[in-house]
Design a protein around this ligand. Structure first.
Ligand code: ATP
Length: 438
């Protein structure tokens, strides 16, 4: 049956996410907490798969990137050196009439987008970092920030990783972790939230080779989104003009995706020059703290950094948006098999003793290897449809023939093609199906 890709609306997706256990509003019974979300049973599996695939892509598939897991709280001087205390601001305007707040760079009228009145204040700088206190005494000296990006944890560990792993430049450090930004206008579900996870990689190169490495990483990152199975016609590059460039960047490109609410950034690829390492050397008072000694040429230098900065929640949302489709008689979440939370639903055709025992046998074999779900409730059509909507790529059914010849039917979610497979060969078959996911 031809897939009819209907206009995906965020409302439909948000409701599916709640219904199927992907994403819930945080503290829902208290009326929710603005822009905070909880990942449910399927959402947490999907998130784990998104992270695992990124980690594999960055650190296992190649041999020049190491992993790191730095702390969220860092020395306050880090954020002075990085420029965040001074410059990590968005322009904030208030409406004196309706009291709504907006990011000046996200509205294009001088009138209030909410009430239409000409009552907006002048823009003022609003720092996006969350502040908190460390220890029992509340004074200026105990003030710390929740990190607004994971990158700084990587920069300050450059020399630790380089010496511990006996790395030679060029090499990279990859990290997945929480970041916090007190966004003025969070929204569009998990697209922009105040607490989110980043998947960042900083690649350290010799000055002068940075432009070449920048291009190579751009290519690699687009290949990654293709490997995630996203529709190629919904992905594009956006180059930052001189007025958009962050204070640390020499060149920056965003990978954008066409969401139901327009083209938006999915990931940034930046040439951060030697800005961060140089600034840390200056602010920590040890001029060679973060430098590299090239033994071959007997020279010491501050490496340049090519950064790839993706949002985990945003990637997950993109995968959901891209996967959602409505067909005549079913809703399908066509997630790539490697990302799908549940790989196979296992069912007896009807609740008869031999079929139930055979289906349970298949489920027990599959369960330790691939997340699976056993279901014997309701008609087989209903059970298939529930799993289609949950994004499960395979349905395995034990029927009358199973009892006679020890084979089951494996149905593919997308094509609905059916295969007859021996019970002994099911685990291998499913593994191959997931691994062949390209
Ligand atoms: P914007 O200009 O949209 O605020 P940015 O350019 O400051 O975003 P970066 O600092 O480049 O964003 O962040 C890198 C990545 O981290 C983004 O591409 C996005 O995937 C993710 N990200 C940033 N802010 C948020 C947020 N508030 N919620 C969810 N993900 C975010």
């Amino acid at each position: 049956m031809a897939a009819k890709k209907s206009e995906t609306t965020m409302d439909k997706l948000v409701s599916l996410c709640k219904r199927r256990g992907y994403i819930f509003q945080s503290s829902e019974i208290y009326g929710g907490l603005n822009s905070c979300y909880d990942y449910g049973p399927l959402g947490s599996e999907l998130k784990r798969n998104v992270k695992d695939f990124w980690w594999w892509w960055m650190t296992r598939r190649r041999d020049d990137v190491d992993g790191l897991d730095a702390s969220i709280l860092m020395h306050p001087r880090v954020w002075e050196a990085s420029g965040h205390v001074e410059g990590f601001t968005d322009p904030l305007v208030d409406c004196k009439n309706c009291k709504q707040r907006f990011r000046a760079d996200q509205i294009d009228t001088s009138a209030c987008p909410n009430c239409g009145k000409d009552t907006l204040t002048e823009a003022r700088k609003f720092n996006l970092m969350f502040k908190t206190q460390m220890g029992p005494v509340e004074d200026d000296g105990s003030e710390v920030f929740l990190r607004p990006e994971t990158a700084q944890g990587i920069f300050v560990n450059f020399t630790n990783v380089q010496t511990a792993m006996r790395r030679k430049v060029p090499f990279g450090i990859a990290q997945i972790g929480k970041a916090f930004r007190n966004e003025i206008t969070p929204g569009n579900f998990v697209f922009r939230t105040r607490e989110f996870e980043q998947m960042e990689m900083q690649f350290f190169v010799k000055p002068g080779t940075d432009e070449q490495w920048f291009e190579s990483w751009r290519e690699d990152r687009m290949a990654y989104y293709n490997a995630l199975g996203l529709s190629p016609d919904k992905l594009r590059w956006h180059e930052h003009g001189p007025d958009e460039l962050a204070h640390y960047a020499r060149a920056a490109y965003d990978i954008e995706y066409e969401f139901p609410f327009g083209w938006q950034e999915l990931e940034g690829v930046h040439n951060r020059t030697d800005f961060d390492l140089r600034r840390h050397n200056e602010y920590c008072g040890k001029k060679n703290a973060l430098t590299y000694f090239d033994e071959k040429n007997s020279e010491r230098y501050v490496p340049f950094v090519i950064e790839t900065s993706a949002g985990c929640d945003r990637t997950l949302l993109t995968c959901l948006v891209d996967a959602y489709r409505e067909e005549e008689d079913r809703v399908v979440l066509g997630l790539a098999p490697r990302l799908a939370p549940i790989k196979a639903g296992v069912f007896p055709l009807v609740k008869k003793e031999g079929m139930v025992a055979a289906a349970k046998d298949v489920y027990e074999r599959l369960k330790p290897v691939h997340k699976s779900f056993y279901d014997e409730g309701g008609s087989i059509g209903r059970r298939y449809r529930r799993q289609d909507e949950a994004g499960t790529p395979l349905g395995i059914t034990a029927d009358g023939q199973t009892v006679e010849d020890g084979t089951v039917t494996i149905r593919e979610r997308d094509s609905m093609a059916q295969h007859r497979v021996k019970v002994d060969e099911v685990v291998g078959w499913v593994t191959r199906f997931i691994e062949d996911d390209d």
